[in-house]
Design a protein around this ligand. Structure first.
Ligand SMILES: Nc1ncnc2c1ncn2[C@@H]1O[C@H](COP(=O)(O)OP(=O)(O)OP(=O)(O)O)[C@@H](O)[C@H]1O
Length: 252
């Protein structure tokens, strides 16, 4: 069996009386795409925040390549977030620097990991803008002049330019038009395959999960009620809640 890159066990977190996570186990191996699906308030974002070390659970463990994420200091976690990890926020404004040009948004991530040669940084930024289908002549424009879909593509370029191994994505297509969502999902799928990325993606969109994910975890009220290979979970759901989720999409 392949050793997981990220391996979490027994994650539990309560906000007062609200059970956000109850005894959640989750792992992800190299090159795998895992979708976390479930209704609003089921604990998906909280799980992503705990796995990425942004929030401490009441109980449980998170190992990144054998290293204890919960015990590592803030500096080490930030370093990981600049190098081996990436985080794509639902709202691109949370993941971009709005007062910095598109090229600067991509280039400064390279500088944060030691790149110094201006020509190389600009060249790399241009190549990433092309990968995410942003015209080269927009390189000096501010992200606020971009559409929502373009901002999200820029956030993806900024996140992937340092070639992380694992990317956390929290509803990356939320709030976008359906046609823009479809193109963005295609882009995420092709980039993750091309780069051999592991992706942990939160979505309430079952169709997105089917398109992207190798495996699916279904959450409800902080509990993982079902998990397995995408086709198995969606074509032959075992838990009544998963059956309801799948049938509501079929009926739509
Ligand atoms: N900082 C917080 N303080 C108090 N309660 C919180 C906090 N963060 C989340 N919660 C609660 O924990 C539960 C899980 O929230 P979470 O945001 O993880 O759900 P979600 O599945 O991501 O929902 P959505 O799809 O709407 O984003 C919810 O009941 C939420 O209200």
């Amino acid at each position: 069996m392949t050793t997981p890159l990220l391996d979490a066990k027994g994650l539990t977190l309560r906000f007062g009386a609200i059970p956000a996570l109850i005894d959640v186990d989750i792992d992800i191996t190299a090159g795998e795409v895992v979708a976390i699906v479930g209704e609003s308030g089921s604990g998906k974002t909280t799980l992503l925040r705990v796995l990425s070390g942004m929030m401490a659970p009441d109980a449980g463990s998170v190992l990144w390549r054998g290293q204890d994420v919960l015990a590592m200091g803030e500096a080490a976690r930030r370093r990981l977030m600049r190098t081996e990890w990436g985080y794509v926020h639902q709202n691109p404004r949370d993941g971009l620097r709005l007062a910095v040009s598109a090229g600067g948004n991509v280039g400064e991530r390279l500088m944060a990991v030691g790149a110094r040669h201006y020509g190389n940084i600009r060249g790399e930024a241009l190549s990433w803008l092309a990968k995410v289908e942003i015209d080269a002549d927009r390189i000096d424009d501010l992200p606020r002049t971009f559409s929502g879909g373009m901002q999200q593509r820029l956030q993806i370029a900024r996140t992937l330019v340092t070639q992380p191994k694992l990317v956390f994505m929290d509803e990356p297509t939320g709030g976008l038009d359906v046609s823009v969502q479809a193109r963005l999902l295609d882009l995420i799928r092709s980039l993750s395959r091309e780069l051999g990325l592991s992706v942990l993606i939160v979505t309430h969109d079952i169709a997105a999960a089917r398109l992207l994910a190798d495996r699916i975890l279904v959450m409800r009220r902080g509990v993982v009620v079902e998990q397995g290979l995408t086709d198995r979970v969606l074509d032959d759901p075992q838990h009544p809640y998963t059956q309801l989720l799948v049938s509501s999409v079929l009926a739509a």
